[in-house]
Design a protein around this ligand. Sequence first.
Ligand code: NZQ
Ligand code: ZN
Length: 398
Amino acid sequence: MQNFTFHLPTKIIFGAGTLDQSGVEGIKLGRRALIVTGKRSAAAFGIIDRVTTYLEKEGVEAVVFDRIEPNPRTTTVDEAGELARENDCDFIVGLGGGSPMDAAKAIAVAALEAEPIWDFIPRGNLPVKTVKKALPIMEIPTLAATGSEADAGGVFTNWETHEKAVLFSPLLFPRVSIIDPELTVTVPVDYTIDGGVDIICHVIEGLFTGDDNTPIQDRFAMSVIKTVMDNLPLVIENAENIEARANISWASAVALSGMVNSGRGGSYPIHALEHAVSGYYDISHGRGLALLLPVIMEYSYKARPSKYALLAEELFDIHRDGQTDEQLAVKGIEEMKQFLASVDRLLTLKDVGVEDDFRFEAMADDTLRIYGVDGKFLDNPKRLYKEDILNLFKRLSA
Ligand code: NZQ
Ligand code: ZN
């Protein structure tokens, strides 16, 4: 195991009905909130009104910015930052899925900097401005997926160049996250499944790419994956199954909180490739990951069969019975594909609406330039050179 610092300064309030604490938590952060949310769901299901009422009850005024698109764009963040400045907002509330929650983090910076947020987002070796200050952030997830409620990162797209990249700073940890699984019952089944795949990838990537002797992390990862696999079918069958929703919401928060992955190093090659896919085609992040997960497992397992065999044995209960790691790995990959098929996520690019306009060359270049520099994201047991990345993208269109 590697040395590590585990630091999660976010206060997490979890459980059905806890949204009612947003006011008493809000007044601890400031007097005037900018509520940052998506274009439809939070208003349609009355969540903005509820949060505004809870805040006002405690004497907090609220201004609403409700134009965050899925895969948030840097230009939208800049607009919202200006609104926060104009209204003297002193804290930001991210209300929605990962897109509004991520946007809230960047807006907390943009509100104080008045410079394009894109300049603060690292892309490979390009010069980048350092985040030096940010307003306090409260996150209220309405979709269990990204883990933005318990990490210090956000992902943003420059739609002019189609680059999608990560903004990270310890200043972006939410001060408080209110995780009320009741808010997720209205999530359409497609996004519920995409969120589940995202959670799985947040911990499976570390399993495949991290250190060897990390039994706590590996079993913790397995527990997160199994929880998602067991509970997804329950919420697909009954969207209002709060117990199952709660299990998935907690899996989402735990996955990237540092609790699972600390100490095993590891990287996020599936995520690095996915960011190019959604950066160009604007598809749901979880669906992009579902496209890539089996393809990258098949590409990589021979370079590191032991971790794939562990997955087969511990997650899918496949008995060794004299089989080699490679033989077990193949069976584990088959099981994973069956799971994806069972939730309708064994996909090709055509299934997500991309039939032509393949821009794989540019996507491969972007991936290498943005994520290939220090290895933190793109390292893979079987190294990914440009030709390999191109071939993987081509397989998605097969
Ligand atoms: O936009 P609205 O109207 O809110 O509707 C959204 C959107 O259409 C809808 N939705 C959300 N909550 C709902 C709901 N619909 C009904 N009822 C509710 N309660 O769901 C759709 C997708 O929302 P979005 O926020 O885009 O999804 P997700 O949570 O998957 O977030 C994706 C973004 O997060 C980034 C992704 O790259 C992507 O940009 N990520 C952020 C990470 C992080 N902060 O650490 C890590 C992840 O790996 C990921 O990259
Ligand atoms: Zn993700």
